[in-house]
Write a protein that binds this ligand. Structure first.
Ligand code: NAD
Length: 497
């Protein structure tokens, strides 16, 4: 019988042992390795209450003590991150190096958060009015709910929880039901590092658990990352329930290649950013917008690089692993049919790939499509798989207009040696994160991550200063110490003197 993956509530692993569950697959073998328990509203309530009960003491703990706990967690994570990478590869399928990469990017946010004392400092104006001082400081908001997607089971939670905890909030994390174990591993490590019980909780579940978090009166904030339709509905429901919400959605990222670009650099970037993590990255490059005459020579270079890629089990030193589920693999493969039917040329077809792995793994090889019509669903939809599409345009302007016409605005890149063109692009493109000769421009931890348009709902991005802003609220104090000269009645609106 398969093990059942449960929750982490009030400092300990917890599973009622009954109730609904779902299978968790190893995508490289296709086998079910475990099942994951699905929280109902009562269980979500139990986790939120644990977090709410832990909040007053955690908020009161001094800055230096909170820092010490997060620092211990960082040290333990550094020593044991190999274990976490193996867990990620076993449930997500991404190759071990890539799993290590997502941990490193999450750790970056943790390291940024550990320096939080400086970010929580307020402002002070002495003698703003005669004998009156005005000052402000930031307070935590309470219980922070984090709902994360399957594609980064460690990094995306770490975009949020180190900052939420550093700022004095308590947390309930609901990871993806497709790869639920990384969250539990992180919870246990936080506990070993001295985090008090109840400060960090994990509930496993699906849409029902999310609905219970959105409706719970003791949840103060929602940080969501996932597909656009869900992000939009969570933003609307969470806001309607009076919570602060940041909801990051899907993407369809374009790379604009100008004729003066270094095509070897571009071809490397296309392969790395198009097929890394099997294209299951919200910052993957999905569309190469080639300003003619670069398309033919660029495609030749991309194809020659693709022929050297090893597809297979992420534990075997391959370059690219399987997709997350059989259904998702079939859905992605279906887009190759759609593109071909709509007139695109299938230059490299990943269907039927020979993978270095078991036959029932969820395999789909890297696929390159040329001349994809922009009216095709294959161009319009987020495919979220190893399918790279080339669209040919005649000019910079045509390429820019195409990018700006899309519904998403997560990431984009321009490849050129023309500084003036790059500068113009970064001003004119309607996208939140831009790479200049950099294909996956995920900002470092002390900047902030987030897209525009249908790629993000709410006005604060993840991590960086905006992350601290989201997880805190400001108090402003106007203070005067007793001075007999200020006595007397005056019903007018206070004016400064
Ligand atoms: P998803 O939207 O299916 O699921 C995300 C989370 O929401 C999961 O925890 C899931 O259990 C929950 N969920 C699913 N359906 C729900 C519903 N109807 N109501 C409430 N909750 C629901 O996304 P996914 O397939 O896990 O992840 C891939 C998607 O995430 C892609 O669209 C990708 O672009 C996006 N993503 C975006 C970013 C970003 O920063 N913008 C980062 C990573 C992933």
């Amino acid at each position: 019988m398969n093990a059942r993956i449960g929750h982490w509530i009030d400092g300990t692993a917890f599973d009622p042992g009954e109730g609904a569950d779902l299978p968790v697959h190893d995508p490289a073998t296709g086998r079910v390795g475990a099942s994951v328990a699905l929280a109902d509203a009562a269980l979500v309530d139990r986790a939120v209450r644990a977090a709410a009960d832990a909040f007053p003491a955690w908020r009161e703990l001094s800055i230096s003590r909170r820092q010490a706990i997060l620092f211990r967690f960082r040290e333990r994570l550094e020593q044991r991150k190999g274990e976490l990478a193996e867990i990620i590869t076993a449930e997500h399928g991404k190759v071990l190096d890539d799993a290590a990469g997502e941990i490193a990017r999450g750790q970056e946010v943790l390291e940024f958060a550990i320096g939080f004392a400086d970010l929580l400092k307020g402002d002070f104006s002495t003698n703003a009015s005669t004998g009156v001082d005005v000052y402000s400081f930031r307070e935590p908001v309470g219980v922070a709910a984090i709902i994360s997607p399957f594609n980064f089971p460690a990094m995306v939670p770490m975009w949020f929880f180190p900052i939420a905890l550093a700022a004095g909030n308590t947390v309930v994390l609901k990871p993806s039901e497709k790869d639920p174990s990384a969250a539990l591993w992180l919870a246990a490590l936080l506990s070993e590092s001295g985090l008090p019980a109840g400060v960090f909780n994990v509930v496993q579940g699906d849409a029902d658990a999310v609905g219970a978090l959105l409706a719970h009166p003791d949840v103060a904030s929602i940080s969501f990352v996932g597909s656009t339709p869900v992000a939009r509905s969570i933003y609307q429901a969470g806001s309607a329930n009076g919570k602060r919400v940041q909801a990051l959605g899907g993407a369809k990222n374009h790379m604009l290649v100008l004729p003066d670009a270094d095509l070897d650099l571009v071809a490397d970037a296309c392969v790395n950013a198009g097929f890394g993590s099997a294209g299951e990255r919200c910052m993957a490059i999905s569309v190469v917008v080639a300003v003619e005459p670069v398309a033919d020579p660029l495609i030749e270079k991309i194809v020659s690089r693709m022929s050297g890629l090893r597809i297979g089990d992420g534990r075997r030193g391959c370059d690219m692993g399987p997709l997350i589920t059989r259904e998702h693999r079939d859905r992605v493969a279906g887009y190759i049919d759609i593109a071909a039917a709509d007139g695109a040329k299938v230059v490299v077809d990943g269907r039927g790939v020979e993978a270095d792995g078991e036959p029932d793994g969820f395999w789909l090889g890297p696929t390159l499509l040329d001349d994809v019509p922009t009216s095709s669903r294959a161009y319009i939809d987020e495919i979220f798989g190893p399918v790279l599409e080339v669209v040919r345009v005649a000019s910079y302007e045509e390429g820019l207009d195409l990018i700006n016409a899309g519904p998403y605005g997560n990431g984009t890149a321009i490849f050129t040696n023309d500084g003036g063109a790059a500068r113009r692009f970064q001003r004119d493109v309607e996208v939140g994160m831009i790479g200049v000769n950099v294909p996956i421009p995920v900002p470092v931890a002390y900047h902030s991550f987030g897209g525009w348009k249908a790629s993000a709902f709410g006005d604060s991005k993840a991590y960086g200063h905006q992350g601290f802003h989201f997880f805190t609220r400001e108090k402003a104090v106007t203070s005067r110490w007793l001075d007999p000269s200020h006595g007397g009645l005056d019903l007018g609106f206070p004016q400064n003197s």
